[in-house]
Design a protein around this ligand. Sequence first.
Ligand code: C2E
Ligand code: CA
Ligand code: CA
Ligand code: CA
Length: 278
Amino acid sequence: AKASGRNRLEVFDDALRAELDEVARTEAALRRALRDDELLLHYQPVVRAADRRVVGYEALLRWDRPGHGLVAPDAFIPVAERSSLVCDLDRWVLRTATQQLARWRAEGRADARTTVAVNISGRHLVDPALVADVADALAAADLRPGALVLELTETVLVSHPLATTHLERLRALGVAVSIDDFGTGYTSISQLQDLHADTLKIDKSLVWSTSPGAAELVRLVVHAAHAFGLSVVAEGVEDEEQLRQLRQAGCDEVQGYLLGRPGTDPRPAASAATATAG
Ligand code: C2E
Ligand code: CA
Ligand code: CA
Ligand code: CA
């Protein structure tokens, strides 16, 4: 161990430097990816809990990185979030997803009520260009604002003054706002009435939780959300028992592998298409 004669701080320093190099490389590669068309969207159906009718699709970003295969967003969004690069990604997603919905409509695969949901990063939410970005994407795709759902993570909503201003302007436009990842610990039920949103999205970690009281918590959350005028979506639904419980809890919409996996050509899962509503 003392062969190199180097102290622990130097070793730590090397590790840190290597990590920063890797982040810088990924960031540069991601900028090229945006330019060279290596990004794509997968779409996952969102279905009505009562009868599994498809009401919309969530756009989920993928990176077809040469030599790496299809890379999931958790591996690169955090890198993009270090700079305004994430706003460029979000803008690309907004454009692409709205255009995809317009195309599905033209093909008769989506009707006038079908929505597309896009994840917006905290940085983009407070970017002065946000409202114009959203309006431009809608205009370019010739969609009415109600066709678009913006999914925002709870963390960013409370802190920044521009967040509230932008949310109000977007909702005035008619765009739907969904609070994503609810149940991961940042928002309490009592804060729900202060969040100006249309929908609450229960995180998969809460859907999957088998700890005592989890089912009761879901029921309480749904009840409170409804009382504040929010509809409720649950994500990560993987089996019939979870669906049954969520339906019983009063969840309006559900999303998960049971109902349909994310893909470029999303179809409701076969079991969902053939099952009868109960
Ligand atoms: P999220 O918004 O909470 O999205 C849900 C994640 O759960 C997605 O992972 C989805 O593929 C996955 N999922 C859905 N149903 C199931 C299920 O039944 N079982 C399991 N095991 N997983 C399920 P994904 O696509 O890897 O995205 C991860 C996160 O990356 C998203 O979490 C979102 O926060 C972020 N993200 C994705 N696309 C974008 C984007 O375009 N822009 C930004 N800023 N963030 C994005
Ligand atoms: Ca989401
Ligand atoms: Ca989530
Ligand atoms: Ca999220």
